[in-house]
Write a protein that binds this ligand. Structure first.
Ligand code: BGC
Length: 357
């Protein structure tokens, strides 16, 4: 079977290999992979500064965003049947089975020794068949047999927003009205849609022109698009109850803190390159304290967010027909893996590799 692999730590080692199909053990499912989605994490792994092969393997099969069908149940009562449309979560428990991992919250692993399919110590789903633990798989309705590939990126947003609400509601009376989303890639667009579903007034910022596909998609949900090339962030007058930072840009991340209202919250969902501070650190902390603000980071998502996310995906599909379809701007066959993993280009948003249509 076809498998897309890299040698972690080695720049541009991306290749297509011919592998034996894996055999599911008791408690595991054999998955027929339909599609994998590509994100910045995959490109970082290909560039050689992220990613870890499984113990004893020199390579790592890529792919953590996937949409699959159950091909075989490896024994044990999994509750799944051959043919079920499913999405596996990404992270698996640490060997120590810390208290959070043990309770289904490996996204909040305490040891940092967790595994991640296609990223850290576990092969991913960019292959025709893959295996995974049946406890980490969610079933999707047939109506999501194509768009279910967007579930994994949506769970990142689902967790970032849910945790912000939990924190804010536990420390005061909180009735948020407005949100700012920094970035309009797949995660930013999905965040915009979810916040609109929650009834917030949303402004979404990116660098592309007002006529671009990203801008049009933002406005489709009733949110307002801001082109930061024309309206730089430091000229914005509004302050927002919640800010979601998904650009992964350090200067934007710092700016996010100034755009938060009193008692507001900033959720950081990007990965930031090391950069010299461009802002006075004292000012940042004073702003944090005097405004009762919360700045927090959030990574990965456990099964609860996948279950909630599946419902939100259907809601978005019904509320704004065509919105989710347009986020997928490129579909490639596994043989065209080089093109698939190259940058998305001017009007591009999300690339998907189709192992089976
Ligand atoms: C994935 C997360 C993962 C994170 C860090 C992201 O791209 O969506 O599941 O935890 O990378 O490895």
């Amino acid at each position: 079977m076809k498998a897309i692999v890299v040698t972690p730590g080695k720049q541009n080692s991306l290749r297509l290999e011919d592998h034996e199909a894996p055999v599911p053990q008791r408690g595991q499912l054999l998955l027929r992979v339909l599609k994998v989605g590509i994100c910045g994490t995959d490109r970082d792994i290909i560039a050689g500064f992220y990613g870890e092969a499984p113990t004893g393997s020199k390579f790592l099969v890529l792919g953590h965003e996937s949409l699959c069908r159950v091909a075989e149940v490896g024994g044990g009562s999994s509750g799944f049947r051959k043919g079920d449309l499913v999405v596996p979560t990404v992270r698996r428990n640490c060997p120590e089975d810390c208290i959070n991992c043990r309770r289904g919250m490996s996204d909040m692993c305490l040891t940092g020794h967790y595994f991640e399919h296609g990223i850290k110590g576990l092969h991913g789903f960019a292959r025709e068949f893959a295996i995974t633990d049946h406890n980490f798989v969610v079933r999707l309705p047939e109506s999501l047999s194509d768009l279910g590939i967007l579930l994994e990126p949506l769970t990142i947003v689902e967790k970032g927003i849910t945790q912000a609400y939990l924190m804010q509601k536990s420390r005061m009376v909180w009735k948020p009205k407005s949100a700012l989303v920094l970035g309009a890639g797949p995660v930013g667009l999905l965040a915009t849609a979810i916040l609109r579903l929650r009834g917030l007034e949303v402004h979404t910022v990116a660098t592309r022109p007002e006529k671009s596909l990203k801008a049009r998609l933002v406005e489709r949900t009733g949110a307002k698009y801001i082109n930061s090339k024309k309206t730089p962030l430091d000229t914005l007058e509004a302050r927002y109850d919640m800010v979601l930072e998904v650009t992964g840009n350090t200067s934007v991340a710092l700016e996010a803190q100034n755009l938060t209202s009193l008692n507001g919250i900033v959720s950081y969902l990007g990965i930031y390159r090391q950069e010299q501070a461009t802002e006075d650190a004292g000012e940042v902390f004073t702003n944090l304290v005097l405004g009762n603000r919360v700045f927090f980071g959030s990574v990965n998502a456990n099964k609860t967010y996948f279950l909630e996310g599946a419902k939100d995906l259907s809601r978005i599909k019904n509320e704004w027909p065509g919105f989710l379809e347009k986020i997928i701007t490129r579909r490639e066959k596994p043989d065209n893996f080089t093109e698939a993993y190259s940058p998305v280009g001017e009007e591009g948003i999300k690339t998907v590799i189709q192992f089976e249509v």
